[in-house]
Design a protein. Structure first.
Lengths: 171, 171
DNA sequence: AAGAATTATATGAAAATTCATGTTTTCTGG
DNA sequence: CCAGAAAACATGAATTTTCATATAATTCTT
C-alpha cells in the first residue's frame, strides 16, 4: 500500500495524517463512549474518572493536563461531579492555592467498573484488529506523542517564509 | 518496548489505546490548528474548507460525515461561513431537500493556501518523526478505521454478558 | 395517485465550552 | 520582611454545541 499524498489527483483529506489520527480516534472511541453515556457520564467526566483511578488526589492543573481538558473547563466539570458525589475537592494543606481531587467511594466504584469495561473493550478491539496486544500501534503512537511534545522549539513550522506569511495574511 | 496494559501496577490511562489515539491526534494537530486560528478560522471551519477542496458541491449530510461534524452543527457552521463569504449554498435542482455547499472564490483561495500549509506541515512532521513519508503509520490508521467501520454488528462489545450489564446498570 | 414513510436540512432551548480576567495564595529578590 | 511576580483556581459573558424535534421534499406502498 503506497502513500498517495503527492498524487495531484488524490483527495487530500483521507490521506492527511491529522485527519487519519482524528478519524481513528473517533472511530475507535465511538462505541465505548456511547457505553460511557449509558452509564450516565459524559466523555470528559469519564476521562476525569479514569485519570483519577491512576492519580487520585491530583491537583486541578495536573488533572487538566492528564485528561486533556482545559483548566477552567475542568474546574466546572469537577464542580458538577462533586455535586453528583463522584469526586470531592480538598484544598492542599501545604499549598492553599491547590485543590486536590479525589474519587468518592461511589465514584471509585463506577470508575473501576468503567476501567474494567475499557480494558475488556480494548482487548477485544486489538484482538479483532490485528490479533495482537496492540504493542505495535501503541508504541508508534507513544513515539509520536513523545516526538511532538519533545521539540517545542522549531517544531515543524507551518510557514517558514515571512514573505509567504505576509501574502497569506492580507488575502 | 512491551505492552504494560496487564501489569496491575501500571497506570491505565497512558497505556490505553483510546487515550493514545486521542492524545496523538491532539498533539499532532495542536500546532497546525493554532495556525488555522491565526488565519481566522476555527478548526471545524478549516475541516469544512479542506473537505470542500476534495468534494466541492457536496451536500450537507455528506460533508458532515466527511468532516466528522454532526449535521445540525454543520448547518450552523455553514451558515456562518456563508455569511462570511467563504462558501455558498445552493439547493440541488434535482432534489429540493438537498443543500449543496460550494467554496466561493475567496473561500477557495484560503482553503488552497491552508491545504498547502497542511501538506507542508505534514511533510516536515513525518520527516522529523520517522524520516519517511508516513505510509506505515497511515496504513495502520486506515486499516484501523476500516476495521472499525466495517463490523457494525457485534463490534467488540463493551459487555457481552447480559447479567453483567444488569449488575452494572443498577449500581 | 393518495397517504405513509423516509430523507435532508433547519431550528430552538438547554447545556457546555471558550477566553479573558479576577481572586487568592505562594514564591522570590532585595 | 516586603513588594512584586508567579502560580493555581474560579468566574462570567459570549459563543458553540447538543439534542430533540420541526419543516420540507422525495420516495415508497398499495
Amino acid at each position: 500500500m503506497s502513500n498517495t499524498i503527492d498524487d495531484p489527483k488524490a483527495p487530500f483529506v483521507p490521506n492527511y495524517l491529522l485527519y487519519l489520527l482524528a478519524a481513528a480516534s473517533e472511530a475507535a472511541s465511538a462505541r465505548f463512549h456511547s457505553h460511557v453515556r449509558t452509564r450516565g457520564l459524559r466523555v470528559p467526566e469519564w476521562r476525569v474518572m479514569a485519570c483519577l483511578t491512576d492519580t487520585d488526589g491530583s491537583m486541578v492543573t495536573e488533572l487538566a493536563r492528564y485528561a486533556m481538558i482545559e483548566q477552567s473547563r475542568l474546574t466546572k466539570i469537577i464542580i458538577q461531579m462533586d455535586a453528583r458525589g463522584l469526586v470531592t475537592r480538598r484544598s492542599d494543606p501545604t499549598d492553599g492555592r491547590r485543590v486536590r481531587v479525589f474519587l468518592t467511594p461511589q465514584g471509585r466504584a463506577l470508575a473501576e467498573e468503567l476501567v474494567a469495561d475499557a480494558r475488556a473493550h480494548e482487548l477485544e478491539l486489538l484482538k479483532s484488529f490485528q490479533g495482537g496486544d496492540g504493542s505495535e500501534i501503541k508504541d508508534t503512537l507513544r513515539a509520536l506523542i513523545r516526538h511532538l511534545e519533545a521539540d517545542q522549539p522549531n517544531q515543524p513550522g507551518i510557514s517558514d517564509s515571512p514573505a509567504r506569511d505576509a501574502a497569506i495574511a492580507d488575502s
